[in-house]
Ligand binder design. Structure first.
Ligand code: ZN
Length: 252
């Protein structure tokens, strides 16, 4: 039995030590070319990913990482990692960014963790066992129709929804926003730009589900993630069925 929790904490700590001196600096944002999913790799992304790969490689598991794509070692286990989700925030000096780490056995998630560097909050999801923040159980918020706070990445789709909820927040790190949904700080996290990659949300989806969230695609079907670095998808994650219906209606 591999102790994923210890591995996640250890990697998060090492990434933190390497990247935090770069927080808000122009160096962090230096463009190193395009990654496997066609996005620009920034210097901070590479620093963080190098740390992660050197920690994970000795385990002999498969790795899907945002910058380098799939490293197939023929293992039953696949770690899906986003070294720094929210690297634009990181470079800009906005303190919202996170490390996202999910482990699958075959196609089934077995563990998910998100580390919020600035607050040092550590979120985990364990299938069938629940979701946790710093070791304590967390749950999605009780629904309050008309008073919802949503994170909504839209590019013009379904914008009628904005007038039907109380607050809209777009924080620039969907991994962390899913953790916020899980602990009851947001009612929903929606991205309908066909832009989200598995590396961004694998851990967050597990943590949110374990905390009681409903996570679907844009048609309300259970969201399934492909274990690769390039597929893009939409994500609808909410704390309540009625809110899901409201969202899906706007997207139709
Ligand atoms: Zn990301």
């Amino acid at each position: 039995m591999i102790r994923w929790n210890e591995i996640a904490l250890e990697i998060a700590g090492k990434v933190e030590r390497e990247i935090m001196p770069l927080f808000g600096t122009p160096r962090a944002g230096e463009n190193l070319g395009k990654n496997v999913s066609g996005d620009v790799t920034k210097y901070v992304d590479k620093v963080a990913e190098d740390v992660i790969l050197s920690e994970l490689r000795p385990l002999g598991i498969n790795i899907v990482s945002e910058e380098r794509g799939l490293i197939d070692s023929g293992s039953d286990y696949t770690a899906v990692v986003d070294p720094v989700d929210g690297s634009y925030n990181f470079v800009s000096g906005i303190p919202l960014f996170s490390f996202s780490f999910a482990v699958f056995r075959g196609k089934k998630p077995v563990y998910g963790a998100i580390y919020e560097f600035v607050t040092k909050n550590f979120y985990e999801g364990i299938p069938g066992n629940g979701a946790f923040m710093n070791g304590r159980p967390i749950r999605v918020k009780k629904p309050e129709p008309g008073r919802e706070a949503l994170s909504f990445y839209t590019r013009g789709r379904g914008t009628g929804l904005i007038g039907k909820v109380k607050r809209v927040r777009v924080l620039g790190t969907i991994a962390l926003e899913l953790a916020y949904l899980a602990r009851g700080a947001l009612d929903g996290v929606l991205d309908v730009r066909n832009y989200v990659r598995t590396t961004d949300v694998a851990a967050g989806v597990l943590i949110a589900r374990e905390a009681g969230a409903i996570v679907t695609d844009e048609r309300g079907r259970e969201l399934r993630l492909r274990l690769d670095a390039s597929s893009k998808t939409n994500v609808i994650a909410v704390n309540d069925r009625l809110l899901l219906d409201k969202v899906l209606e706007e997207l139709r």
